[in-house]
Design a protein around this ligand. Structure first.
Ligand code: IMP
Length: 433
C-alpha cells in the first residue's frame, strides 16, 4: 500500500497538482510523468522562488528525487533544454536524477505549426504546444521516438517524409506555404539530442526493477482525458488513471497496490473551449477568477470559472478509483455569503446524476444546485483542522458524503507549508492530525 502513490487531476486540469506533488514527493524516491507534454504548467513555490514546470516531473526540485519522463509523454527537446537550463541557473543539479524513456515520442517543430493551423478551425483552445499533432503522428505511425535518434539514416528519412506530408497539408488544406527544411530540422534535432543522449534509457525496465518508492504525477485532469473526458474538447492523451499503464509500459497489475489520490479545486475551472455545466459567466465568475488568480500558467489565458461540479467530481472518483481527494484553494470561497454545489444536471426536464458522454446532452444540461452557507472567515494559510470554521468543515463533509471518499488533505495557500492533513496517508508521517 505504501510504496506507490498516484496523483491525478480530478477536474479539467489546473487543480494545483504542482504544489501537491512537490510537497508529497519529499517522501518519495522517484517521480514519474507518463502522459502529455509541455502543455502542462505545474506551479511550485519553493524556498520563496516560483517555478513553473511544463515538461519535467515536479519532484525534480528535490535533490534526492529521481525524475522520470516515461514513454507516454511527448517530448519537446527545446522545452527540455530550457527547463534544465532554468534548473542549472537556480543551482539545482539533476545529474544522475533524470531519466527519459527511449520510447517517448518527440514533439517536432512541424507539430507546433500544425497545432496552430488546426486550432484556427477547431476552437478547442489548445495550448499550441504541438501535443495533439505529436500524438496524431504517433498513432498514425509516423512519429519519431527518442530511440530513433541514434539511427541517423532512418531519422532523416522519417523527417523528410513528415515534412513533405505537413507541407502538403499546409498547402492543400490551409492554402499556406511554410518554410520547412527537412535538413535543418534533422541537424537541429540531433544537436539538441546530443546534449541529453545520456538521459535516455528503457525506463519501464527501471520502474519494474527498482525497489524505490514511486510517485506517479498525472498532468491535465480527468475531464480532459481523450477517452473519458468531454471529447473532443480534451487533450490527446489519457490524463485519467487509464493512462498509467500504457504511459509507463507497465501492466495494470503493477498499480494494484498503489494509493490513488485525486486533486480537486474547491470550485471548478477550465481553459479552452468545451462544455462546462457550472460555468459562471457574470460577476460571480469574475469574482472567482480574481480571487483565485485564475489565469493559465502555460498560456496566460483567463480561466473559465464556476461552482464545484460534484457530478463531474464523483465521475472522476469512480473512474479513477480514488482512495481520497486533496482539496485545493478552499480559501477562494472564504468571502462568499452562499456557496453552491452542483449535485445533478437537468437535461430537458430529466434529472441526470451520472456524467454523460454526449456533447449535446452536456451542452444543454443545466446544473441543479444545493446552496450551502458561506463561512465568511479566512482559511488561508491554515495548518490545523481546528483553525477551520465550521462552515468550511461542513463543505468538506458534503463533498466526502457525495463522492464517497475522504478528503485527506486541504491545501490552504500556494506555499509548501500551507496545508492541513485531514487523514493519514500511507508512507507519510502526519504530525498535525
Ligand atoms: P492541448 O493539450 O494543448 O492539445 O489542449 C487541449 C485542451 O486541453 C485545451 O482545452 C487546453 O486548454 C487543455 N489543457 C491542456 N493542458 C492543460 C493543463 O495542463 N491544464 C489545463 N488545461 C489544459
Amino acid at each position: 500500500m505504501d510504496r506507490k502513490l498516484v496523483i491525478l487531476g480530478a477536474q479539467w486540469g489546473d487543480e494545483g497538482k504542482g504544489k501537491i506533488v512537490d510537497l508529497l514527493s519529499e517522501n518519495y524516491d522517484v517521480t514519474v510523468r507518463y502522459q502529455g507534454g509541455s502543455n502542462a504548467g505545474h506551479t511550485v513555490i519553493a524556498n520563496g522562488e516560483k517555478f513553473i514546470l511544463h515538461l519535467l516531473p515536479t519532484g525534480i526540485l528535490h535533490n534526492h528525487v529521481v525524475g522520470v519522463i516515461a514513454q507516454g509523454m511527448v517530448v519537446d527537446l527545446d522545452v527540455l533544454d530550457r527547463e534544465l537550463e532554468g534548473l542549472r541557473e537556480k543551482g539545482i543539479g539533476y545529474e544522475g536524477r533524470l531519466l527519459v524513456s527511449d520510447r517517448a515520442h518527440l514533439v517536432m517543430p512541424y507539430h507546433k505549426l500544425l497545432d496552430r493551423l488546426f486550432e484556427k478551425k477547431s476552437g478547442i483552445g489548445t495550448t499550441l504546444r504541438g501535443i495533439g499533432p505529436a500524438y496524431m503522428f504517433k498513432f498514425g505511425r509516423k512519429g519519431i521516438r527518442l530511440a530513433d535518434l541514434d539511427d541517423e539514416r532512418r531519422l532523416y528519412s522519417l523527417i523528410e517524409e513528415n515534412v513533405a506530408f505537413v507541407k502538403d497539408i499546409c498547402e492543400k488544406v490551409f492554402c499556406e506555404n511554410h518554410d520547412l527544411d527537412a535538413g535543418r530540422i534533422f541537424e537541429e534535432t540531433l544537436e539538441k539530442y546530443s546534449k541529453y543522449r545520456g538521459l535516455v534509457r528503457d525506463v519501464s525496465q527501471y520502474l519494474l526493477r527498482t525497489d524505490k518508492t514511486l510517485l506517479f504525477e498525472g498532468a491535465q485532469g480527468t475531464m480532459l482525458d481523450v477517452d473519458m473526458g468531454t471529447y473532443p474538447y480534451v487533450t490527446s492523451s489519457n490524463s485519467s488513471a487509464l493512462g498509467l499503464s500504457n504511459g509507463t509500459g507497465l501492466s495494470p497489475k503493477f498499480f494494484s497496490d498503489a494509493y490513488f489520490v485525486g486533486v480537486a479545486k474547491a470550485y471548478t475551472t477550465r481553459v479552452g473551449g468545451g462544455p462546462f455545466p457550472t460555468e459562471l459567466e457574470g460577476e460571480e465568475g469574475k469574482r472567482l477568477r480574481d480571487l483565485g488568480g485564475e489565469y493559465g500558467s502555460t498560456t496566460g489565458r483567463p480561466r473559465r470559472c464556476g461552482w464545484l461540479d460534484l457530478v463531474a467530481l464523483k465521475y472522476a472518483v469512480e473512474l479513477n478509483h480514488f482512495d481520497g481527494i486533496i482539496l485545493t484553494k478552499l480559501d477562494v470561497l472564504d468571502t462568499f455569503d452562499e456557496i453552491k454545489v452542483c449535485v445533478a444536471y437537468d437535461y430537458e426536464g430529466e434529472r441526470l446524476e451520472h456524467f454523460p458522454a454526449s456533447l449535446k446532452v452536456l451542452e444543454s444540461s443545466r446544473p441543479v444546485y444545493e446552496t450551502l452557507r458561506g463561512w465568511k472567515r479566512s482559511t488561508k494559510g491554515a495548518k490545523e483542522l481546528k483553525e477551520l470554521p465550521q462552515g468550511a468543515k461542513d463543505y468538506i463533509r458534503f463533498i466526502e458524503e457525495f463522492t464517497g471518499v475522504p478528503v485527506i488533505m486541504l491545501s490552504t495557500g500556494p506555499r509548501r507549508e500551507e496545508f492541513v492533513w485531514l487523514r493519514e496517508l500511507p508512507q507519510i508521517k502526519v504530525s498535525s492530525l
